[in-house]
Design a protein. Structure first.
Length: 333
């Protein structure tokens, strides 16, 4: 392939990955500190782009040149940073997730498909008490923060303003993103197991805090059920239906998901692959994204739609989940 063809293809790919309201030429001119006319000449392949310029563009826009020009056809390039306690800040992590969802919302055509293993993370932040518990669990039991090793969980002490504010923005951003979620009846189990483990190991400071967390979990499921009934997203206070934001909820009885996320943004697809509980890797590799797209739709074909339609199956699904929650909550009382 000629170098000019590769260069033109590079800029075509870059343009397709940007939200429609962002001018690629103006953005590149600011980044490279050159005139817009010079950018246009590079975009058209009239002027070769330097290696230093290419490096700056790939770094800034998170583009893999290897993947773009298919140096190895059997290679899929992923981007992502592995989370460790040594260099991790939970508030910064939340902010990065928020930025990803806000980026998705910047497109006119947008949709997220979520293959649930657990309750989608965005719902944890509707109620600050549940957000405090989940963040405490991640930092104590997943990231092994030394300062959390012998610390008990107290709701009042672990609702920080930063987590409350950023988490609320994250929940609100997700409430504006059209979504399809594929659930299994087991999707609630990991959160219940986390609560029960901390109860049995006396990490909770009080019995009332355990009850409060279960009550918030139940209210979260009520919120999701209302969305499913309406077939659209709700505001995080549950008072306003966002009719322009469709919500589809499926139940698959034989497949428990792995928290893979597929985002469709304009003409581009992005796959987020979950690993090691807390981490995500993302790729825009066209072949991998198309394979994942087909995988999602194959599962959807074998799942039951319970949003808007399927009232009987919807009631059955949420009743089973609420029975699980209430059984444990009532045992405490």
């Amino acid at each position: 392939m000629e170098s000019t063809s590769v260069q033109v293809m590079f800029f075509q790919h870059l343009k397709s990955s940007l939200p429609v309201h962002i001018s690629m030429v103006d953005d590149i001119a600011d980044l490279l500190q050159i005139s817009t006319d010079s950018v246009y000449r590079r975009v058209r392949g009239e002027k070769p782009i330097s290696l230093e310029e290419l490096k700056r563009l790939c770094t800034h826009y998170k583009i893999s040149l290897d993947r773009l020009i298919h140096i190895q056809n059997d290679t899929v390039i992923f981007n992502g940073k592995t989370v460790t306690a040594a260099d991790f800040n939970f508030e910064q992590y939340l902010h990065s997730v928020l930025q990803n969802v806000q980026y998705m919302n910047s497109f006119n055509k947008k949709e997220m498909l979520y293959l649930n293993k657990d309750i989608p993370v965005f719902y944890h932040f509707i109620y600050p008490e549940l957000a405090a518990f989940k963040s405490f669990f991640w930092m104590r039991s997943i990231l092994n923060y030394p300062e959390y090793a012998n610390k008990q969980f107290k709701i009042a002490e672990h609702i920080t303003d930063e987590i409350r504010q950023t988490g609320q923005k994250l929940a609100e951003s997700y409430s504006m993103l059209p979504s399809q979620e594929i659930w299994n009846i087991e999707s609630i189990n990991s959160t219940i197991r986390q609560i029960e483990y901390y109860k049995d190991t006396r990490v909770f400071a009080s019995r009332q805090d355990i009850i409060t967390i279960y009550e918030c979990l139940e209210k979260t499921m009520d919120y999701i059920q209302r969305q499913a009934e309406a077939g659209c997203k709700f505001s995080t206070d549950g008072k306003q239906m966002n009719f322009s934001v469709p919500y589809k909820m499926y139940v698959n009885e034989f497949i428990l998901g792995d928290n893979t996320i597929l985002a469709v943004l304009g003409d581009t697809k992005i796959v987020y692959v979950n690993h090691s509980v807390f981490n995500y890797l993302l790729t825009r590799d066209a072949s991998f994204c198309e394979y994942t797209w087909q995988h999602f739709h194959n599962i959807i074909k074998k799942s039951t739609l319970i949003s808007e339609v399927g009232e009987k199956e919807r009631s059955r699904f949420f009743n089973i989940i609420k029975e699980k929650i209430n059984a444990r909550k009532n045992a405490l009382k």
